[in-house]
Design a protein around this ligand. Structure first.
Ligand SMILES: *[C@@H]1O[C@H](CO)[C@@H](O)[C@H](O)[C@H]1NC(C)=O
Ligand SMILES: *[C@@H]1O[C@H](CO)[C@@H](O)[C@H](O)[C@H]1NC(C)=O
Ligand SMILES: *[C@@H]1O[C@H](CO)[C@@H](O)[C@H](O)[C@H]1NC(C)=O
Ligand SMILES: *[C@@H]1O[C@H](CO)[C@@H](O)[C@H](O)[C@H]1NC(C)=O
Ligand SMILES: *[C@@H]1O[C@H](CO)[C@@H](O)[C@H](O)[C@H]1NC(C)=O
Length: 806
């Protein structure tokens, strides 16, 4: 007991008052800056925390974090005056926070039967009131605000409620709690609507891998960064397993739930997990009618003919500059078209196969309809009763019902500008007279701009041609990029051309050059090394491009190069993907001075097959690569292959026939015979190319060079001859022939069974009749299992087909 006391005295020289315990009938007072409780290990401090010019809360914060991060607040919605406010522990067990005039701002409401002995702050950040026997009669862990600490459970009776803004501790609109069905959820609970946004509201409980059948409703983060919930939800921190790290799980004011770890040397936080990867998944961010846009910066926008309801606060969204009422005639109403926009939810009906005009009519006739989303092509029409959760998205267009008579409310931009600037500087002020305080504290105007607007230093209002209000924020003021925070999470992102130009140092280091464009090496601001591909020859509209790259961005498989973002600006079309250390397979296999061993070759064969199988069969959107070749197989540091350049077939401006896939893409020597015909393209085209790659892995040389150079027809015939030869050898049996095919650089150091298997699979992949080729799933099976039955079947079909092709 003595040591910490000495330490404290040392740390706070004038602080004979700094306490580790608050005994009954004593108090902490707001004026005395040395009057606080401190945990024995000194990590946590409890005391008066300044939240405005003359406003204080009683809070617990992390002593060593740079920004003195608050983990709990007693009176978040009811701050007290900077004079004569005090926290008193009464003998009857109650801990009471009183304001300057003696009014109770907060109290523990403990039952008077238990007599308090002292209050103390435990090492885990829990403020407890104990009785004489050491029993806990009250603890702060039972009434969390927006943060859970390790070992602090969330239960039936507790929930987290976000703060309303950065530096404004009062209750916001986002909640984290167990719902009536025992499922842990994130919910936007705004003044007008409420809406669950996590787990994915478009999926069922089961699809989200939760259960409703455990009614214990208990979830907790342990000391090693593992979180478990009774609804089967669980996650691990990025640094899980390490003990002794200070962590906190906070429902941030932007509606995302994040786990943070404190770096105890710098006092900075790192995000080690977050519930939602992308901000647009959060509901209610921009209030009613507001639209969340993530490009070119994260911001809220109002639709045309709308303006911010409260220029200082996006919570209240946008209000129309016109009146719509049910007695208005169709001639007085029109629809404003907002491309790439959606308002999630609140559809009161759903129609399909409607033309745009029919959909407009439905909405026009229904007085409840505020607008509708429309998907071209399938003709999906969703009329909406209220416009909430607006966001930009490539998948939907919105039509908003507006009156033709827009009353030009005087929204001079300069006026608005002034208000916003004042607001950011003003921070929070609580009047000093008790009367004023009492009057204002309930409905206190917490000056907060919404999340990303809070930290603005330079704010500009700009009324641009289409009539949207933009509120510019400092370029680097990303929601997560709050000072002292570092983002580990890695999301699919839209980049600006300028960003990519600087990441690649003006496209300096060229990594490769292919049919689709040139690839450059780059380093993003967060330190991630990436490959940036400048696409050539893309003539698609923005919407199509965005849609296509979003599909690519969702594809995630260990044998496929991960695409982490794109750039779509003027005529620039770029893709940003992970950088793969060992470069492309052709360089190592054909030209490298390093020999690729047999084990690695077999691993590459299986990996590429797995990646293609994923593209062909498991992806939500069926993707045909169309250009499988060693140049498009990259090898990571462990020689695990990653397929590059997939999903580009539809993006590139090539001749498109029938199935939307270009015909000219593909590389000589690897293209299947049906390219020449008019048959629609299927995944079997990749199977053929894969067959060529397999033979190249075995032989270590360009099979595409083995075959005669010349017209495509000739190449195909040459490949046919090669296959016939191999079939003959297989039929004759024995293993000696494989030695002739095998890469001599391996000096006989290979697994003969695996090599035979690869050749057999290659031959079946190279079938001219595409229906005879196996699909990629079957290929994986054949390579992995080495099932003998397959061989006899395959051998039969080989004989059969060699007869039929002669
Ligand atoms: C319900 O959840 C609790 C807490 O996670 C767990 O201890 C308990 O075993 C679970 N009960 C069942 C029936 O799964
Ligand atoms: C900082 O944290 C590490 C664990 O990550 C711990 O071993 C070390 O003792 C801590 N240092 C201090 C000064 O608390
Ligand atoms: C409906 O709006 C029109 C046009 O703004 C207005 O003339 C009319 O008085 C309104 N009717 C009602 C019932 O508010
Ligand atoms: C808008 O306000 C400005 C001054 O703030 C004034 O000069 C102008 O006349 C107003 N316009 C309308 C349409 O009220
Ligand atoms: C608010 O801004 C206006 C216009 O910029 C300025 O005249 C006024 O003095 C500001 N008020 C405060 C309290 O800073």
């Amino acid at each position: 007991m003595l040591l910490p006391f000495l330490l404290l005295t040392f740390l706070y020289p004038s602080s004979s008052l700094a306490k580790s315990q608050l005994f009954k009938n004593s108090h902490l007072s707001v004026e005395d800056s040395t009057s606080f409780l401190i945990s024995e290990d000194k990590y946590f401090t409890a005391g008066f925390y300044k939240v405005g010019a003359n406003a204080y809360t009683f809070s617990i914060w992390l002593t060593n974090s740079v920004d003195k991060t608050v983990t709990w607040t007693a009176n978040r919605d009811n701050p007290v005056n900077g004079h004569r406010s005090r926290l008193t522990l009464h003998g009857d067990g109650a801990m009471v926070l009183t304001d300057v005039d003696g009014t109770v701002a907060w109290s523990t409401a403990t039952i008077a039967s238990a007599a308090a002995h002292y209050a103390s702050l435990l090492d885990n950040g829990n403020l407890v009131v104990k009785d004489l026997n050491g029993g806990i009669i009250w603890q702060s862990f039972d009434s969390p605000t927006d943060t859970l600490l390790p070992s602090q459970p969330i239960t039936k009776n507790t929930q987290l409620v976000s703060a309303i803004g950065r530096g404004s501790p009062s209750s916001g609109y986002f909640e984290f709690h167990f719902d009536d069905r025992n499922v842990l959820r994130l919910k936007y609970n705004g003044p007008e609507v409420s809406s669950v946004y996590w787990p994915d509201p478009d999926k069922t409980v089961w699809e989200n891998r939760r259960t409703i059948y455990n009614s214990s409703r208990y979830a907790v983060l342990d000391s090693k960064g593992r979180f478990y919930s009774s609804d089967h939800f669980k996650f691990l921190a990025a640094d899980a397993g390490k003990a002794g790290i200070i962590r906190r799980l906070t429902l941030d004011y932007d509606g995302n739930l994040r786990l943070y770890s404190l770096d105890n040397t710098t006092g900075l936080w790192s995000i080690t997990w977050q519930a939602l990867l992308e901000a647009f998944q959060i509901h209610g961010l921009c209030g009613k009618n507001g639209i969340f846009s993530s490009y070119p910066r994260l911001e809220c926008l109002c639709p045309p003919d709308f303006e911010m309801t409260d220029p200082r606060n996006w919570n209240s969204g946008c209000k129309p500059k016109f009146n719509l009422n049910c007695s208005m005639k169709p001639e007085e109403i029109e629809f404003k078209y907002l491309p790439y926009t959606d308002f999630w939810g609140f559809d009161f009906n759903a129609f399909d196969l409607l033309s745009l005009d029919e959909c407009k009519n439905k909405c026009m006739k229904d007085c409840n309809c505020q607008g509708f989303s429309y998907k071209v092509g399938i003709g999906l029409c969703y009329p909406k009763s209220i416009l909430y959760n607006g966001r930009t998205t490539p998948y939907s267009d919105i039509y908003i019902k507006v009156s033709k008579y827009v009353t030009n409310i005087n929204s001079s931009k300069l006026q608005q500008l002034g208000t916003i600037c004042n607001a950011t500087e003003g921070a929070l002020t609580v009047g000093s007279s008790p009367k004023m305080l009492k009057g204002s504290s309930k409905k206190m105007i917490w000056i907060n701009l919404y999340s990303f607007l809070t930290a603005i230093s330079v704010v500009e209002g700009l009324f641009i041609a289409i009539g949207w209000w933009f509120v510019y924020i400092k370029e680097d003021d990303h929601v997560l990029m709050v000072e002292g925070y570092k983002v580990i999470s890695n999301q699919f992102k839209r980049f600006s051309y300028r960003e990519l130009k600087s990441a690649t140092r003006n496209f300096k280091e060229e990594l490769g050059r292919g049919g689709s464009g040139v690839v450059y090496k780059g380093v993003l601001e967060n330190g991630m090394v990436v490959a940036v591909k400048k696409l050539e020859d893309v003539s698609h509209g923005e919407q199509e491009f965005w849609g296509e790259v979003s599909v690519i961005g969702r594809i995630n498989h260990m044998n496929l190069v991960r695409t982490c973002g794109f750039c779509l600006e003027d005529s620039h079309r770029l893709l940003v993907s992970e950088f793969v250390e060992n470069g492309s397979l052709d360089k190592i296999l054909f030209y490298g001075n390093k020999l690729l061993g047999w084990k690695e070759r077999f691993q590459v064969a299986i990996g590429v097959a797995r990646g293609l199988a994923y593209l062909h069969h498991e992806c939500l959107e069926w993707v045909i690569h169309c250009d499988v070749k060693p140049e498009n197989v990259l090898l990571d540091c462990n020689y695990e292959p990653k397929i590059a350049d997939f999903g580009l077939a539809k993006l590139l401006n090539r001749e498109v026939i029938g199935s939307n896939v270009s015909r000219i893409r593909g590389t000589r020597g690897y293209i299947a015979p049906e390219w020449a015909s008019n048959l629609p393209i299927t995944g079997k085209i990749d199977v053929y190319s894969y067959g060529v790659v397999l033979l190249e892995l075995v032989s270590g040389s360009r099979v595409s060079d083995l075959v005669m150079k010349g017209v495509t027809e000739m190449e195909i015939r040459a490949m046919k001859r090669l296959c016939l030869m191999l079939r003959e050898s297989l039929k004759m049996g024995g293993e000696s022939w494989i030695g002739n095919l095998m890469d001599s650089r391996l000096k006989g150091d290979f697994d003969c069974k695996q090599a035979m298997r690869m050749v057999k699979v290659a031959i079946s992949c190279l079938e001219e009749e595409r229906n005879r080729r196996p699909n990629m799933e079957a290929v994986v099976q054949m390579l992995v299992s080495g099932d003998e039955e397959f061989y006899s079947d395959a051998a039969e079909s080989i004989q059969f087909s060699s007869l039929s092709t002669q």
